[in-house]
Design a protein. Structure first.
Length: 122
């Protein structure tokens, strides 16, 4: 038998080939997706430390001890963000007008569940 049979079957040959192989499109896509997900998680953690209104007005919100019950908007400001999203949908406003923090926290926005056509903008 072969004297170096352990080198063939313990994964060394496979790792040597994979280290020199160029990254595939799928791995690049996953790398970008995970980078975006990590950035969103960091933004959300920073927002929870100092919560501001998600409509983009910049008003500071009171902190709640429970992250699930933390308010995201000042009273009536959720309608501002919803109307801005509708304007973007009708092409009356630029998509960049929607605040980045609102995009990062889209899973917490209740009106996106009721209006899925607006969810595509976030």
């Amino acid at each position: 038998m072969c004297a170096n049979i352990s080198e063939v079957f313990n994964g060394r040959m496979q790792t040597e080939q994979s280290e020199n192989a160029p990254p595939t499109r799928r791995s690049e896509g996953m790398r970008k997706a995970w980078a975006k997900r990590r950035m969103s998680a960091v933004m959300e953690a920073e927002w929870l430390q100092r919560p501001i209104c998600l409509c983009g007005c910049g008003q500071i919100l009171s902190r709640h001890p429970s992250t699930e019950r933390q308010p995201q908007f000042r009273r009536g400001h959720d309608a501002r963000l919803r109307s801005l999203a509708r304007k973007v949908l009708r092409r009356e406003a630029e998509p960049a007008a929607i605040p980045e923090i609102a995009r990062a926290m889209k899973s917490r926005l209740a009106f996106l569940l009721k209006e899925p056509e607006l969810a595509k903008l976030f």
